[in-house]
Design a protein around this ligand. Structure first.
Ligand SMILES: [Fe+2]
Length: 273
């Protein structure tokens, strides 16, 4: 059942899946959003991890950027050639028929010492296919045994750009490497989440890649099992925001040579603790 947001007659939030995700209807992101509504939306964001704002094809790049700014400081992309020509705040994800490099489970750029809070993705051109799947890492943590939770408490892991570089043709040595806790406490909800992923997490602190592999593979597979996921089928004009601190995502590469263009704005996060 949709929930009416406080004092807002026409704005409602309705869950889209059992594990995460909610749809927000009744907001036109071309119009200013007042502070009271932003506070209600933030509560929904923290509860559901993904918020979908459908029907936003008409909004301009400036309006997408202005809405994102309500949530925090915008991070400029480290790949300037992929930026919107007039708006460096917007990363243009345009596969132009090439195979994307996002079809692996990951949280965004966790090799950074301060990975993003999350992103706002606006679907401009949508193929048949090209869904995005999200996995709730609170649920992944909660489902671990008490014994494994205890064993992981205080353990840290190295996150590097090695896989990202080999997939995208970048120089891995030029990318940052960071140590992050394997169990992360969300800075706003206080909930614990599993914080390892297939793309960036390389090994546990003080251990070799080989020594780490068995447990790391177990955790990465455990983290994305179907019970923890929500799959979004894009429509043009969908604006979707996700919490990179407690979710992983996977871009399904099933659309061959069809064009797919998405505009992404990313917000600065906190150092994982
Ligand atoms: Fe991503």
């Amino acid at each position: 059942m949709p929930t009416q947001l406080a004092e807002k007659q026409n704005v409602s939030v309705a869950p889209m899946g059992g594990a995460l995700g909610a749809r927000v209807d009744g907001i036109d992101l071309a119009q200013p959003v007042d502070a009271e509504l932003v506070a209600s939306l933030r509560d929904a964001f923290l509860e559901y991890g993904v918020l979908l704002f459908p029907g936003q094809s008409h909004i301009s790049p400036e309006q997408q950027i202005a809405f994102a700014r309500l949530w925090g400081e915008i991070i400029l992309t480290p790949a300037p050639d992929a930026c919107h020509p007039d708006y460096p705040e917007i990363l243009v994800l345009d596969t132009k028929g090439e195979k994307p490099v996002t079809d692996l489970w990951h949280s965004d750029i966790t090799m950074e010492p301060v990975p993003p809070l999350g992103s706002f993705l606006l679907a401009r051109t949508v193929p048949v296919g090209g869904d995005t799947i999200f996995a709730n890492q609170y649920l992944a943590y909660d489902a671990l045994s008490d014994g494994l939770k205890q064993a992981l408490e205080g353990l840290r892991a190295w996150h590097t750009g090695d896989v990202f570089a080999s997939q995208g043709g970048y120089d891995a040595d030029a990318l940052p490497r960071s140590l992050h806790p394997v169990i992360r406490t969300h800075p706003e909800t206080g909930r614990k989440a599993l914080f390892v992923n297939t793309v960036y997490t390389t090994c546990f602190e003080g251990m070799t890649n080989e020594e780490s592999r068995g447990l790391l593979e177990y955790l990465c597979n455990h983290a994305v099992q179907p019970n923890f996921t929500f799959r979004h089928q894009w429509r043009p004009g969908d604006m979707l925001m996700w919490d990179n601190r407690c979710l992983q995502h996977f871009g399904v590469a099933d659309y061959g040579s069809q064009p797919r263009t998405m505009h992404r704005v990313t917000i600065k996060g906190d150092k994982p603790v």
